[in-house]
Design a protein around this ligand. Structure first.
Ligand code: CP
Ligand code: NVA
Length: 320
């Protein structure tokens, strides 16, 4: 489905034991490999073929924030791969009352085969990875959400049959989900447009990096504050909440400042007829997206949420 010129055995060897923090340090071939692997695993599962590749392995899952999809899909994924997952609320761990990240990383590496962590600070996750000898998988930080991006691309791949050359438009807050989506799509040679209100732009350093990745893969990344211009002729229209976890006190101000960036029937009329609507969820109907769009015929949000399971199983099987 996706072109990959390097032998898969070479790529598989290179992924073993790695962290998954941002996707910036993954090659386009490695991302293609993970998407192809996820696609194959999903097909095999539907045929009842689920080899216990991770029998005897345990994934620790640390959460500093709420989660439905990430927690459940990782836990189910580990079970389906023959291993087990252990949920840990960061507040209940000693790290929640001041134990160092250094000690925590060293200690967890004695028990576990990998850690998936959802944290407030990306810097903390980086530090944990530096002091751990097991793979650390980012389950969302203030800057990135790489596992979400893999599921997003897997969904587009399933529907469109390929990724390179398609126009993917992200409308809304230049947040963690946007950063990872754009980096991953750039790797796959997509034409990406990011439309945000002024003051809520995509991280400028990451924009430079994403543009360079896209150019190397014959894709492109553009930024605008005009949602109509962005969505015109889009193959995929993506949005996320205007108020991420931890920003609740800004909610009223954001509702006002994002109001022209809602994905509604008027806006998607500029997209291609067979456009796909995607949202990482949780969604806020009648805020970032009109009910008629998210519950309409072009919406793939539940298939997308389901693909968290398959994309992450490919990550777990490859890294652990
Ligand atoms: N999309 C996503 O990460 O959902 P959760 O917050 O429910 O894990
Ligand atoms: N941007 C959102 C994504 C939730 C999955 C947040 O960080 O809350």
């Amino acid at each position: 489905m996706l072109k990959c010129d390097i032998p898969t055995s070479e790529i598989a060897k290179g992924l073993k034991g790695r962290d998954l923090l941002t996707l910036l340090d993954y090659t386009s071939e490695e991302i293609s490999y993970l998407l192809n692997y996820a696609n194959q695993m999903k097909k095999n599962m539907l045929l009842g073929d689920m080899p216990p590749i991770l029998a005897g392995k345990t994934l620790g899952m640390i959460f500093e924030k709420h989660s439905t999809r990430t927690r459940i899909s990782f836990e189910v994924g580990m079970n389906q791969l023959g291993g087990q997952a252990m949920f840990m609320n960061a507040r209940d761990m000693q790290i929640g009352r001041g134990e160092s990240v250094y000690d925590t990383g060293h200690v967890l590496s004695e028990y576990l085969d990998g850690v998936m962590i959802r944290a407030n600070s990306h810097e903390m996750v980086k530090e944990l990875a530096e002091h751990s000898t097991i793979p650390i998988i980012n389950g969302l930080t203030d800057i990135y959400h790489p596992c979400q991006a893999l599921a997003d691309l897997l969904t587009i791949l399933e529907v469109k049959g390929s990724l390179a050359g398609y126009k993917l438009v992200y409308v809304g807050d230049g947040n963690n989900v946007a950063h990872s989506l754009v980096i991953a799509a750039a790797h796959m040679g997509m034409h990406v447009v990011v439309a945000t209100p002024q003051g809520y732009e995509f991280n400028p350093n990451l924009l430079v990096k994403a543009k360079a990745i896209a150019e190397a893969n014959e894709g492109s990344v553009l930024e605008t504050t005009n949602p109509v211009e962005a969505v015109t002729d889009a193959d995929v229209v993506y949005t996320d909440t205007w108020t991420s976890m931890g920003q609740e006190e800004e909610a009223a101000k954001r509702l006002e400042e994002f109001k022209d960036f809602q994905i509604n029937d008027e806006l998607v009329a500029y997209a291609k007829k067979d456009y796909m609507f995607l949202h990482c969820l949780p969604a806020h109907r009648e805020e970032e997206v009109a009910t008629s769009v998210i519950d309409g015929p072009n919406s793939y949000v539940f298939q997308q949420a389901g693909n968290r399971l398959h994309a992450q199983k490919a990550v777990l099987a490859s890294l652990l």
